[in-house]
Design a protein around this ligand. Structure first.
Ligand code: 8IG
Length: 276
């Protein structure tokens, strides 16, 4: 149990109180009093889950209070407690997306829960479109920064949070020790669920984005607000709209994930063990 986080959360607001209740349920169901690192697995990443470490226990998000069941193919709605050489990893197989219309608090509840469960670090993963033509489907890319293009904030009240080095340069360096050639990108979150138009991709390019997706930035902001160190990992599953002349489809996304699962799992496995 993370007394520090829990006492802060209980004072801060009802959201963090709900997260504390979710974390209590996770502690009860897993028998693990405190987790160290959280991992949220997005589109294409779920098949990599088995490679992170030894599964201690697994439960459905529907067994935990305040979680909503996911509604998208390829998002399993499962929480696992995993042991990676003594590092207690809380793995969320799937997430709630902003486009589900449940609001920013539903989107960030897993992050608040991870903090309440004691996690000092979080790995946010996603499947996304890539603007760099060298990033063929199945290419992992480190997120070095983001643009929150949802038009929404996940924070409440006059809560001024610094977002410089949001995606920890220390953790990115650890990734480069494992995979020296890992590319870095700027992730732009759109509200979704539609993919972009080619004109929107031109806009993204002009504003400095190199990855486009529908998750991660709202979660990263909340994770930072709760003092967590953040690693962001994208799996490019498709070229961004208008780049290939072919339309985008969700099955292609899932297949790229299955094809890249072994590589992604090995990366997570190696990197998490270095987190300390
Ligand atoms: I996977 O091309 C995946 N998710 N916005 N654009 C957006 N989200 C995505 C994309 C994409 N591919």
């Amino acid at each position: 149990m993370n007394t520090f986080n829990r006492s802060i959360n209980a004072q801060t607001d009802p959201l963090n109180e709900k997260a504390r209740q979710s974390a209590d349920a996770i502690e009860r169901l897993s028998g693990v009093p405190r987790h160290d690192v959280a991992v949220i697995l997005g589109s294409g990443w779920v098949p990599a889950a088995d490679l992170i470490g030894t599964t201690v226990s697994e439960f459905s998000v529907t067994d935990i209070p305040h979680f909503s069941a996911p509604s998208v193919d390829g998002h399993a709605g499962v929480i696992r407690s995993v042991d990676a050489d003594g590092i207690k990893v809380l793995v969320f197989l799937g997430r709630t997306h902003f486009y589900e219309g449940k609001g920013v608090d539903a989107v960030t509840h897993a992050v608040r829960t991870a903090a309440a469960a004691g996690c000092h670090s979080i790995v946010l993963t996603n499947g996304c479109g890539g603007l760099n033509p060298e990033w063929t489907p199945g290419t992992p890319v480190l997120i070095k920064d983001h643009i929150n293009f949802t038009g929404h904030s996940p924070l409440h009240g006059a809560h001024f949070v610094d977002l410089t080095d949001l995606y920890s340069s220390r953790l990115r360096k650890l990734c480069h020790e494992v995979e020296p050639n890992l590319a870095e990108g700027v992730y732009v979150q759109f509200p979704g669920p539609m993919y972009e138009t080619p004109a929107e991709i031109t806009m993204v390019r002009n504003m400095g984005g190199t990855l486009v997706g529908m998750s991660t930035t709202l979660e990263a902001i909340v994770a930072r607000s709760l003092g967590m160190e953040i690693l962001g990992l994208s799996l490019v599953t498709n070229a961004a709209a208008g780049m290939t002349g072919h339309p985008l489809n969700h099955e292609e996304v899932l297949q790229a994930g299955r094809d890249a699962a072994t590589k992604m799992g090995a990366l997570l496995n190696h990197v998490i063990r270095k987190f300390k």
